[in-house]
Design a binder for this molecule. Structure first.
Ligand code: DX5
Ligand code: ZN
Length: 220
């Protein structure tokens, strides 16, 4: 089943609880949590306390995307009963295998993300150990950017590598997904689709999520 993970980066933080209720009612599968430190990416978003303020307000699992340097220092902060994935960037981790082990040891599923300029080949040794591979389809740091089409080729290639090796990870795309390209993104082989501005910038958030989920299920 293809899953939609709206990114709260583009939500109205003054009514975050309400916005999250809307995406849940619309049928979203995960909440994508974009954490930025102003070092690994040129922007600062929010920390674990904002994410934790949602626990109990929604049953949706958290899909944590750490765009930060030295993520090992903060992994425990993002572990809650609702945390499903914690994803770190390949480019930010000197000891990536150790970091993935650390994530699993605290009870989350480890994910690894790669920037648009990072080749898939840099992941060959870690793929057997991760539950998620996040392919960035924009340069991380900001919502509302345009999707870089080469990311779709990477996803198709990754799906083939997964099949050839019987790996179990899910494939996620993040950045620039909207209603116009959602069908193409789905067909490229993506399992989890992140959408920020296209969901939270819509006039009717709940209906937009319902519409996107329908497209993912191939119903329209
Ligand atoms: C970019 C973030 C994305 C972003 C997606 O650095 O990782 O998750 O919020 O936003 P849109 O869907 O607006 O490109
Ligand atoms: Zn993200």
């Amino acid at each position: 089943m293809k899953q939609l993970a709206p990114s709260i980066l583009s939500a109205d933080f003054s009514k975050l609880g309400e916005d999250v209720e809307k995406i849940q009612r619309g049928g979203a599968h995960l909440i994508h949590v974009d954490v930025m430190d102003g070092h690994f990416v040129p922007n600062i978003s929010f920390g674990a306390s904002v994410m934790k303020s949602l626990t109990g307000k929604t049953e949706l699992p958290f899909d944590v995307h750490l765009m930060i340097e030295e993520p090992d220092r903060y992994l425990e902060d993002f572990m809650t009963p609702q945390t499903e994935f914690i994803t770190v960037h390949q480019e930010a981790c000197i000891h990536l295998h150790r970091t993935c082990q650390h994530i699993r040891s605290i009870g989350a599923k480890p994910g690894v993300a790669i920037n648009p300029a990072t080749p898939l080949s840099t992941l060959s040794e870690i793929l057997p150990f991760v539950d998620l591979v996040l392919v960035m389809s924009v340069n991380p740091g900001f919502g509302g950017q345009k999707l870089i089409p080469q990311a779709l080729n990477k996803i198709t290639e990754l799906e083939k590598i997964r099949g050839d090796n019987s790996y179990g990870f899910k494939i996620e795309i993040d950045g620039g997904v909207n209603r116009d390209n959602l069908g193409e993104v789905r067909d490229a082989g993506t399992d989890i689709i992140v959408a920020g501005s296209a969901v939270f910038g819509a006039d009717d958030i709940e209906e937009t999520v319902r519409d996107f989920c329908g497209i993912l299920e191939n119903k329209r």
